[in-house]
Every structure is written in structure tokens, then in C-alpha cells.
Design a protein around this ligand. Structure first.
Ligand code: DAH
Length: 365
């Protein structure tokens, strides 16, 4: 290849410089560099021809080719700087972070805990702190555990008051049912544990009932204490401490009214004092009284039916509607909303999954 025509070198140089100027990013620029200065590049090829030239020719041609090489190298460096800066500018523009924005919740933080689950966690934390353990029983119960062992005589009107969902009668004549209260878990606990006993039993319960304040499936928490010296004073203290902790107030006033349950003697119902003010409820003051639970001393017949000697042991129990106290505490006015699975409702009334209720850290903070 003859370099005699100088215009060839000038043309090549112009071409390469044009390609450098046109390279739109660093990769394109690198391709131009390889094409010119790489092992098989056009300028490298010219330099390779020097060896075959006479010393004189080599001197003049070599100087020209090297001059072209220097120009190209310089142009490459300059263009690379420009492209690098442009790339950096583009990255800075596209990756801007406004550090003043509030942090976004990760998927694990986005879900919400249902107020009922929250309330179950809260009451578990409170009673666990008092030394209670959790007992559980099945939703499908026997007539024996739901009624008979709890001192409901056959044919007693109290059975009818429970609006029970019965299953079909089995071949042996027994009739399974959906438990109408958590009290059968008392029976199961007394049959399987030796006193002293101190348990709470939260869980689902069922009755044939449906309106703004009743759903066919609802929730209760049962409490049971059996020991030699247990008495109503202990029960009153436990319930008062529970109410103060649960409603997060320094003081609650409670009223104990005589009542009737087959499985307790005496039986009592507990109202707590409150004030309703523009849809808000305040506890520990006001003129209103709200019923929140039933309780009493465990009937000797129940102790006996569960293998505990009523001459040695006595105890007390209570049953509380969880849905009810959840609605009271969190200002929920229609029970049915709790079971509608509306995400807007749960976003409003729900709780953050990582805020686990504890007495030390706050129940509903
Ligand atoms: N089981 C009762 C109900 O569902 C509530 C209840 C009352 C439970 C008194 C008790 C109790 O343990 O002592 O209506």
C-alpha cells in the first residue's frame, strides 16, 4: 500500500476524527479506537509498512504517520472525557434521591394486623404478665363439654338460650355442635391439669344470631383460676388490672351485678364506667355503664364433674366477648365490618405487623 499519495493519510485521519466526534458513547468510541490503533487497526497497519521502507522514506513517512497517530490519540482522550462526563451527568440525573421523602414501607411492613388479632395479642400479653398460660380447645365440641359438665341439666332453658349450631346426630346418638362459648375449655383444662390452675382460653365461638352487634361466629376469652384459697377478691383485682391495662387508663370503675350462669355460684356480670362523647368513649369517668363480661365462683358441680374435690379446691372464672372490647377500645361501630375483608377498612383500623403489643413497649402504640 503506497503512502505516496499523502491525501490518503489525510483522508484516513479525517475519517477517524469524524468517527471519534460521532461516537455517542464510550463503547462506540472504543470501537473507533480499536479500528484505528488496535493490533489490526488502520493506523497500526500504516505503521507496519514503515519496516519495508528505505531509511529516508521511513523518516519522513514515519513522522507523518506518528503525527496522525498522536492527533487521533489526543482526539480519543478528549472525546472519552466528554462522554464520561456526559454519562456521569445522565446517571446523576436519573438516580437522584430525595432524602427528605418519607421512607416507603417494605412489603413485610405493608400488611396490617386485624384489630381482633391485635386485641388477642394485647390480652394475651396482659394475662401472661400476670402468670396465666394459654389453653385451647376445638371449635367442634360435644354436648357433654359445652353443656352437661358445665352444670346445664338436660332440658334446662339455659341450653336453649345458647342458639346452638348442631351437627347431625351421630350413630351413637350424640350430637356434635359448634361451641357456643369458650367455657368448655375450662372443662378440658380441669380434666387434663392438676390445680393450681391459671389459664386463659381465647378463641372462636358460634351462635345462631346476626345483626349489627351479633355475628354467627364471634370470639371470647375465658379465664379460669383454681386453687385452695382463690376467692372473689382475687377475681376483682385481676379484672380491674386487666381493664386498666387493656383500655390504657389509670383508673376504671367497675360494677359487679348479680347474675346467673349454671356453671358459677355466685354469678356476676361486670359493667365498666364510661362516658360517650361525640362517638368517642372514655373509661374511668362518666355516667354510662357498659357490660363487658360474666364471671363467678366455679360451681361445685362443675369441679366435681371435672374430677376436682370442691371441699379442697375452689376457683373463679370469667368469660368476655373479645369483639365487644375490641370495638369499644378502637371505636369500631359495626361488628359485621370486622368480617368483611375490606382492605380500606383494615388499612384504617389495622395495626403495623412489626409493632408487637407488650406491656413494657406499649399495647397499641
Ligand atoms: N360462657 C358465658 C357466656 O358465653 C360467659 C361466662 C360467664 C363465662 C361466667 C364464665 C363465667 O367463665 O364464669 O355467656
Amino acid at each position: 500500500m503506497g503512502l505516496s499519495a499523502m491525501s490518503d493519510l489525510a483522508k484516513l485521519e479525517t475519517e477517524i476524527l469524524g468517527a471519534i466526534a460521532a461516537a455517542s458513547d464510550e463503547a462506540a468510541l472504543e470501537a473507533v479506537r480499536v479500528g484505528a490503533l488496535g493490533k489490526k487497526g488502520s493506523i497500526s497497519a500504516l505503521l507496519a509498512t514503515l519496516g519495508k521502507m528505505s531509511p529516508d522514506e521511513r523518516k519522513t513517512e514515519g513522522a507523518k504517520i506518528n503525527l496522525a497517530k498522536d492527533k487521533v490519540t489526543e482526539a480519543l482522550t478528549a472525546r472519552r472525557d466528554i462522554l464520561k462526563n456526559a454519562a456521569l451527568d445522565a446517571r446523576l440525573a436519573s438516580e437522584t434521591i430525595d432524602v427528605t421523602l418519607p421512607t416507603r414501607e417494605t412489603p413485610a411492613e405493608q400488611g396490617r394486623i386485624h384489630p381482633l388479632s391485635q386485641v388477642m395479642d394485647e390480652l394475651t400479653a396482659i394475662f401472661a404478665d400476670m402468670g396465666f398460660s394459654i389453653a385451647e380447645g376445638p371449635d367442634i365440641e360435644t354436648d357433654e363439654y359445652n353443656f352437661t359438665k358445665l352444670n346445664f341439666p338436660e332440658g334446662h332453658p339455659a341450653r336453649e338460650m345458647h342458639d346452638t349450631f348442631f351437627f347431625n346426630r351421630k350413630e351413637d346418638g350424640s350430637r356434635p355442635l359448634l361451641r357456643t362459648h369458650t367455657s368448655p375449655v375450662q372443662v378440658r383444662t380441669m380434666l387434663s391439669q392438676k390445680p393450681p390452675i391459671r389459664v386463659i382460653c381465647p378463641g372462636r365461638t358460634y351462635r345462631i344470631d346476626s345483626d349489627a352487634t351479633h355475628t354467627p361466629q364471634f370470639h371470647q376469652v375465658e379465664g379460669l383460676v383454681i386453687d385452695k384459697g382463690s376467692h372473689l377478691g382475687h377475681l376483682k383485682w385481676i379484672l380491674a388490672e386487666f381493664c386498666k391495662a387493656f383500655f390504657e387508663v389509670d383508673n376504671v370503675n367497675m360494677k359487679f351485678r348479680p347474675s346467673f350462669f349454671p356453671f358459677t355460684e355466685p354469678s356476676l356480670e361486670v359493667d365498666i364506667q364510661c362516658r360517650r362523647d361525640k362517638g368517642e368513649i372514655r373509661f374511668g369517668e362518666g355516667e354510662d355503664w357498659l357490660e363487658i363480661l360474666g364471671c363467678g365462683m366455679v360451681h361445685p358441680n362443675v369441679l366435681r364433674a371435672c374430677g376436682i374435690d370442691p371441699d379442697v379446691y375452689q376457683g373463679f372464672a370469667w368469660g368476655m366477648g373479645i369483639d365487644r372490647i375490641a370495638m369499644l377500645k378502637y371505636g369500631i361501630n359495626d361488628l359485621r365490618q370486622m368480617f368483611e375483608s375490606d382492605t380500606r377498612w383494615i388499612n384504617h383500623y389495622g395495626f403495623k405487623p412489626l409493632d408487637v403489643p407488650t406491656l413494657a413497649g406499649g399495647l397499641s402504640s
